[in-house]
Design a protein around this ligand. Structure first.
Ligand code: ATP
Length: 237
């Protein structure tokens, strides 16, 4: 389970997050939506132990990241597909990750297959990868330890239509096996297809939360998003 409880984060006078609370249950996918600068990445970075909250908590399986006993097996993160060393091959990136988790090398081959990178592509330097290939590699890295929670910041960014279709199936399979998935995206149609629940934030606050049916009341997700975020803009102005 992934849980935010009254999570706030301030950067000087900027309130990036303001008392954000919601839960992602095991076996479900939550789409985390909001305009640029809404606070999505900040919340995800706190969950992944990369940033400290000003107040409140963000926890995975009931604990802040720093207190997880075996974080690589408990939570997989894809926060920045460009974060890998450009001079390493995809296979080397995964092999280093597998070694750090004490996993056999056979897991590297499994993961390359799982994310659709061919043996030839696995041998190429990451610096020469397309954005979609980097996303696949980053997702593979997140999945190495078969984690029970996944935090994915715009994972579909750069994927071609086949890639998006493939990722949708993979995320549904992972949720089907009990994983809690938090997924941020600007691709509203995509989120509509894959998410069980939606959390919309704006100006660091939760604007709405629920199933698509709860939120939409007959309208499509884009219209709901535009209505809620423009209302929030007006109240902040
Ligand atoms: N390290 C930082 N220092 C100062 N301000 C920051 C920092 N990181 C984020 N912010 C601010 O916090 C707010 C939330 O940013 P965040 O990156 O979390 O938004 P986001 O919803 O992920 O946006 P996007 O959709 O553009 O990725 C913004 O006002 C941003 O400028």
């Amino acid at each position: 389970m992934i849980e935010f409880h009254r999570l706030s984060k301030a950067y000087n006078e900027v309130k990036a997050l303001d008392e954000v609370s919601f839960t992602v249950q095991p076996g479900t996918i939550t789409g985390f939506l909001g305009p640029n600068g809404a606070g999505k990445s900040t919340a995800m970075r706190i969950l992944a132990g990369l940033s400290r909250p000003t107040s409140g908590t963000g926890t995975v399986l009931g604990r802040p990241y720093a207190e997880l006993e075996r974080p690589g097996y408990e939570v997989g993160t894809l926060l920045d597909a460009g974060a890998q060393h450009p001079g390493r091959s995809g296979r080397e990136v995964l092999t280093l990750g597998a070694m750090m988790l004490g996993l056999p090398r056979s897991r590297v081959d499994e993961v390359l297959r799982l994310v659709g990178l061919s043996p030839k592509e696995g041998k190429r330097a990451v610096g020469g990868y397309s954005l979609g290939m980097r996303q696949r590699l980053g997702l593979g890295h997140a999945l190495l330890g078969r984690p029970r929670a996944l935090i994915l910041d715009e994972p579909a960014n750069g994927l071609d239509p086949q890639g998006i279709h493939w990722m949708r199936g993979l995320l549904r399979d992972l949720a089907g096996s009990g994983c809690a998935v938090l997924l941020s995206s600007h691709l509203l149609h995509e989120v509509e297809q894959v998410a069980d629940r939606i959390v919309m934030i704006g100006g660091g606050r939760v604007l709405a939360e629920g199933t698509l049916a709860d939120l939409g009341r007959g309208r499509d997700l884009e219209q709901t998003f535009l209505d809620l975020t423009s209302k929030a803009d007006r109240s902040l102005a």
